[in-house]
Design a binder for this molecule. Structure first.
Ligand SMILES: *[C@@H]1O[C@H](CO)[C@@H](O)[C@H](O)[C@H]1NC(C)=O
Ligand SMILES: *[C@@H]1O[C@H](CO)[C@@H](O)[C@H](O)[C@H]1NC(C)=O
Ligand SMILES: *[C@@H]1O[C@H](CO)[C@@H](O)[C@H](O)[C@H]1NC(C)=O
Ligand SMILES: *[C@@H]1O[C@H](CO)[C@@H](O)[C@H](O)[C@H]1NC(C)=O
Length: 440
């Protein structure tokens, strides 16, 4: 994931965290500018990662780095000093440019088309551009029959109107001319995984140990079905389940040695299914009915780690999850050694219902500002229940944090039995794209 994207998203999320800020950007600007500024510079850590990320190395020092206000205030792009700003070199030869007069031809003549409506001045679009281009190239070299296209909405006003484009980037995926919004990740890998799921068989074979090792090293979370046959009903069920799940790749094997590498007993009854993640609580065994929705539910409940450590990188996976309700543990690192295992234990009872997040309060870079946004002060550990960015209600569990108390609190929260600690604020606007204003 690009640094730029992380920064933009993190800002978005912090903005969403703070209903006051979202409610009235003007009011909040004076108070919160200072708090937000920490995210305007990449920390040395993410910078170095960015440097190894070739498309982004050359973007350092770019003048809108990180001009998040252009998300709200398109006046700002006028401030860019064009003489200083150099468009980063992006090899987007595999991205098809569409105009009003050839748009429908391309949609009609290709079964699968992804279309990005963008505005050249939009920071989110600039961040996406190299990832989108790389995805197009990768899909093309794999001979996938899909077209990745882009439309400059500032020029193609009628198309933008017709497709109800209100923010940038707006991305649609067309299947046989029918379009749906793409809300997946904005990295090359996320785009490629998502598209392959939509157009491909949905499931991949692993027949050799080499393939198994390669998959386990290259993917952060995978599902393996250990089946009686690579074709037929079991395999079809698995492929159907895979199509319901956008983030995790599904594999199948009949080879007992491959199964073993994925921590499945080779003697286990087939079909068997396991999910392997690189994070804590790595292995999850499926023991439900082997049908597509039960499998999809299992993957959905288990794909997140028990407790997500709040960082810039994983903020999006937390706050864009379909699971809205969250339990956040705020603790200084000294306390977390004792508390995190308890919190993790509690998390086991709420898989698929609540997201458990740990915020390290004494982490200056991210934890501290996030704590402040939630109004958590002092050093004492606290658990906060949060209804997610949509209605942004918060409830606090004070006092001693024992396993029982956390579990009861979580259950009460889900049943709507806990009272909001903070007054609930109006629904904040989601601002994950640049705003589009038609001058009609
Ligand atoms: C659509 O038209 C534009 C402008 O003439 C051209 O640059 C682009 O390559 C065309 N796209 C396709 C797929 O023909
Ligand atoms: C894609 O197609 C070309 C031409 O048919 C072929 O040479 C190439 O090996 C194919 N690549 C893959 C990954 O299948
Ligand atoms: C997996 O193997 C089966 C049996 O050989 C084959 O029919 C199927 O096409 C393969 N699937 C993929 C995605 O390669
Ligand atoms: C961490 O906790 C221990 C034991 O409670 C205490 O002695 C120590 O001073 C604490 N360290 C810091 C940095 O607060």
């Amino acid at each position: 994931m690009s640094t730029r994207y992380i920064l933009l998203l993190s800002l978005t999320i912090l903005l969403l965290f703070s209903p006051a800020l979202a409610k009235s950007q003007n009011d909040a600007a004076s108070d919160d500018d200072e708090d937000l500024s920490f995210l305007e510079e990449a920390d040395p850590d993410t910078k170095s990662k960015a440097a190894s990320h070739h498309q982004f190395g050359e973007k350092d020092g770019d003048p809108d780095d990180d001009d998040f206000s252009d998300d709200f205030d398109d006046e700002n792009y006028h401030d860019f000093d064009d003489s200083e700003y150099k468009e980063p070199e992006i090899d987007d030869k595999d991205v098809v440019v569409l105009k009003e007069r050839n748009f429908s031809d391309v949609i009609e003549n290709n079964k699968f088309v992804m279309v990005e409506f963008y505005a050249p001045w939009c920071g989110h679009c600039q961040a996406l551009a190299p990832e989108y281009a790389a995805a197009a190239t990768e899909l093309k070299s794999a001979n996938e029959s899909v077209v990745l296209a882009k439309v400059d909405a500032t020029e193609e006003n009628e198309l933008a109107h017709e497709y109800d484009v209100q923010g940038f980037p707006t991305i649609y995926f067309f299947v046989d001319g029918q379009h749906k919004a793409y809300n997946g990740g904005r990295t090359k890998d996320a785009i490629v995984t998502w598209i392959k799921k939509k157009i491909g068989p949905g499931i991949y074979n692993i027949t050799t140990l080499d393939e198994a090792e390669r998959v386990l090293t290259s993917e952060t979370k995978v599902v393996l079905g250990y089946l009686n046959s690579l074709v037929g009903s079991e395999s079809e069920v698995l492929a159907d389940a895979s199509r319901l799940e956008d983030d995790v790749n599904f594999y199948q094997t009949t080879n007992p040695d491959v199964a073993k590498i994925f921590h499945l007993d080779s003697e286990v009854n087939r079909p068997a299914l396991v999910m392997v993640k690189k994070e804590a609580e790595k292995i999850s065994y499926f023991d439900g009915k082997f049908d597509k929705s039960t499998i999809a539910d299992f993957v959905f409940s288990n794909k997140l780690p028990l407790v997500t450590i709040f960082t810039r990188e994983n903020a999006p996976s937390v706050f864009e999850s379909p699971i809205k309700n969250q339990l956040l543990l705020f603790a200084v690192s000294n306390d977390s050694e004792k508390l995190l295992p308890v919190f993790e234990e509690a998390a086991k009872s709420f898989k698929g219902k609540l997201i458990f997040v740990y915020v390290q309060m004494d982490n200056e870079d991210v934890g501290k500002p996030v704590s402040e946004y939630f109004g958590i002060t002092g050093e004492a550990p606290k658990v906060l229940a949060y209804t997610g960015n949509d209605d942004a209600k918060k409830h606090i569990l004070d006092g001693e944090l024992t396993l029982d108390k956390i579990k009861t609190f979580g259950e009460d929260f889900l049943e709507g039995k806990v009272k909001p600690f903070f007054k609930s604020d109006p629904i904040p606007e989601t601002v994950s794209s640049c705003i589009w204003l038609f001058l009609s």
